[in-house]
Design a binder for this molecule. Structure first.
Ligand SMILES: [Zn+2]
Length: 543
């Protein structure tokens, strides 16, 4: 017996070694917020074929698995990859090729930027995005006078930060055949003393957008790849693109299949006949990277440009209540069509009238509790009587916390002291279904999801204003905000079984951060930096 002992020991060690399962990747020594249903904190996990095989302590994972690639997180925090439930991914990428007017402080500054842009880009349309007259000393809309002087032969369109208004020059107006006194539904061509000012609101902007030559595939490819690169750097691993055409979807799908585009996308198709025809004919599209089953409809415009549809007039424009962008019959028709085909309806609604109209149309179709996950995008100003319609009909409010802290300086002027109380009411909305997806609406806001987290939890701007937080009673807790940017965002996309938490069987989409979002001082939240981003266990960003 004595002689056999070394042999038995060798056999034992050999089988012990071999009992370790070979995996592609192990992450160890981390503080992992798994965002599972119990909000469990773990230390390590193993990944194979892009998916998580087990989550546990570092000791347990190393005892059970071996891998060529081992990430030592050095006690840093790890979170599920962040999901932006409402953004404009392609438009953001295209915007990187336009004149960037975000944060400009005056009309004069815009003109200087445009001259420089036109010198660098010598041909074709001059497209600028992101101006906001609320940031200027003189808070009036500009007009086209200076644009006509500077650019007498090249068409110019400068789109407001929210996309709901634009200033264009005479060349652009002529190309779009827009004349003074022309009327249209859901839009406004602003005229002063009988003359065109160049200011276009809502559907009037589309008259010009429609004649801008479509970007070539090559430019769109570059736009998508640039957008993905910037999103990975801030920890986003899935983005909802709210309102693009099926032709864009085809490009996205082909770039994902060749491996060029590594971002996972949830796409809402725009409310246009060609898109309905496409999806009804082809059915839902679902790959590991792409999910198309949803339509984006516009109920009304934005509060900043007074295009949001209100139940009673604007506090600062007593003759104006805003307007719906389509006749209610249109919303009813598409709701029926979408329901019939088992697709998801996502409708932009800012004003309390738009929210009420859409909630009632949804309720008529959905008829009580259901699992269709129809969404209202923004749900920004909701009449106190109407909150319950979300819960009673399982309607999902999809909100963007930075809108609250970007709008808070002037939203009270638009709405008055009473109505503002039920605006940006994220906690009240959350209570309706006990879950709520969060987004940024980039490029309307900065793409940084940590600004979203901070705005949701702290409700202050980046200069820590106002002192007590804006309508703080509607702040979310840190856990709620994190769920809103991960598992609840996944749920709003019908993807909660494959992503949104670090759990066995899910995609290995995760991020390593330089600080702990759940415990650091609240004013440090916006300074959070991503150290590494992984999608399906593949490193897509390294700081
Ligand atoms: Zn949007």
């Amino acid at each position: 017996m004595k002689n056999y002992l070394p042999i038995i020991l060798v056999i034992f060690l050999f089988t012990a070694c071999n009992s370790k399962k070979q995996v592609d990747l192990i992450l160890k020594n981390a503080k992992i917020y798994t965002v599972d249903s119990n909000f469990t904190i773990a230390q390590a996990f193993a990944v194979t074929d892009g998916k998580i095989v087990e989550v546990g302590t570092t000791e347990a994972i190393l005892a059970a698995y071996e891998a060529k690639e081992i990430i030592d997180a050095e006690n840093k925090t790890v979170f599920p990859g962040l999901i932006d439930a409402h953004a404009h991914f392609l438009r953001y990428g295209q915007g990187l090729q336009n004149a960037d007017l975000v944060g400009t402080q005056s009309w004069a500054e815009i003109l200087t930027k445009l001259k420089a842009f036109a010198d660098e880009n010598k041909e074709g349309w001059i497209i600028g995005r992101g101006w906001d007259q609320n940031d200027w000393a003189v808070k009036d809309f500009p007009d086209k006078t200076e644009l006509d002087k500077l650019f007498p032969t090249r068409p110019v369109i400068l789109i407001r930060v929210d996309g709901h208004a634009a200033v264009v020059n005479q060349v652009a107006l002529d190309l779009a055949k827009i004349t003074a006194g022309q009327k249209l539904v859901g839009g406004d061509i602003v005229v002063k003393e009988g003359k065109l000012t160049g200011i276009l609101v809502d559907n009037a902007v589309d008259l010009v957008n429609a004649i801008i030559p479509a970007l070539k595939n090559e430019q769109n490819k570059e736009a998508l790849l640039d957008a993905a690169k910037n999103c990975f750097a801030v920890g986003l691993t899935t983005v909802d693109d709210c309102g693009i055409d099926y032709t864009d979807v085809k490009l996205i799908d082909s770039l994902q299949k060749t491996g060029d585009l590594k971002m996972r996308l949830y796409v809402m198709l725009s409310d246009a006949k060609k898109n309905y025809d496409f999806l009804i004919k082809n059915g839902k599209i679902k790959t590991d990277f792409l999910n198309v089953r949803s339509f984006k409809v516009y109920g009304d415009g934005a509060l900043g440009s007074r295009g949001a549809s209100l139940l009673s007039p604007y506090h600062d424009a007593p003759k104006n209540s805003g307007f719906l962008l389509s006749d209610p019959d249109h919303f009813k028709e598409v709701a029926q069509e979408i329901y019939k085909n088992d697709f998801q309806m996502c409708t932009h609604a800012i004003g309390d009238s738009a929210n009420r109209t859409i909630l009632k149309i949804y309720a008529d179709v959905l008829k009580g509790k259901n699992d269709k996950r129809w969404r209202i995008e923004h749900a920004q100003v909701v009449h106190p009587d109407d909150f319950k319609l979300f819960g009673e009909n399982s309607i999902v409010p999809s909100v963007q916390p930075t809108h609250a802290t970007s709008d808070m300086y002037w939203a009270g002027d638009r709405l008055g002291a009473g109505r503002i109380k039920s605006a940006y009411a994220f906690q009240d909305l959350l209570k309706q279904n006990n879950w709520i997806p969060l987004g940024t609406d980039f490029p309307v806001e900065d793409i940084n999801p940590f600004y979203t987290f901070y705005a949701a939890v702290v409700r202050k701007d980046l200069k820590a204003f106002p002192k007590g937080g804006f309508q703080k009673e509607n702040a979310l807790t840190r856990e709620q905000a994190l769920r809103g940017m991960t598992i609840w965002a996944a749920k709003s996309n019908f993807e909660e079984t494959e992503k949104g938490s670090i759990e066995k069987g899910k995609f290995a989409d995760f991020i390593i951060l330089d600080q702990d979002l759940m415990t650091i001082n609240e004013l440090d939240l916006p300074k959070t930096k991503v150290i590494k981003t992984y999608i399906g266990g593949i490193n897509v960003y390294k700081n």
